[in-house]
Design a protein around this ligand. Sequence first.
Ligand SMILES: C[S@@+](CC[C@H](N)C(=O)[O-])C[C@H]1O[C@@H](n2cnc3c(N)ncnc32)[C@H](O)[C@@H]1O
Length: 205
Amino acid sequence: MSTKKKRPKNYVVQDQYFFEAKRLWYRARSAFKLLEIEEKHAIVRPGMKVLDLASAPGSFLQVLSKKVGPEGFVVGVDIQKIEPLGYANVKTFQESVFEHERISECFESLGISEFDLITSDIAPSTTGMTGVDQYRSIELNLAILEIADKFLKRGGNLVLKVFVWEDVDELVSPIKTRFAKLQRMKPKACRDRSFEEYFICLGKK
Ligand SMILES: C[S@@+](CC[C@H](N)C(=O)[O-])C[C@H]1O[C@@H](n2cnc3c(N)ncnc32)[C@H](O)[C@@H]1O
């Protein structure tokens, strides 16, 4: 019998990003991933309307709220409850990315018909079976592409998080038909052993 101790499912890696997130009052280390994406691609500007999908607990929202400023607006959606942030330029909804009708109604209630930028940090509940986890991640991202079809403005950018184990052509080809450019990156704040990558989809056609 193996004597190796198993990590509990909700184990949190306490590395430099974990402590830095605590120090800066970010709700999650993910904030640093978005900050690095922003540093490289400069996709967020003051006054933008941004949709952040899979926002809980809310660190992307914290970064986006500050970047778009008082003239901008950020809408957060997650299947889990997002505890209120108390920012005037952020509104959140508890919905799944598969519920397109309900999501449309949320935007209608705000009088928003399109966004300048969509970000997503979506993660399926993982099984540890890499093929299954990649498949689930692709399904979620295909649902997000459909949301972008409807609600991302022409020329707008989309950030996706994808679990990549083997090739992900089922996702790459629909991205390439919809966007002028696809750039892939793995921010330093991603854990070494994680399979996640961020797909920066630039210039919706
Ligand atoms: C890594 S967390 C996001 C962290 C977030 N970006 C932040 O900065 O705090 C991944 C999120 O994906 C959400 N998620 C998973 N499946 C979803 C679905 N079908 N619809 C909406 N959100 C989903 C989870 O609830 C979880 O909050």
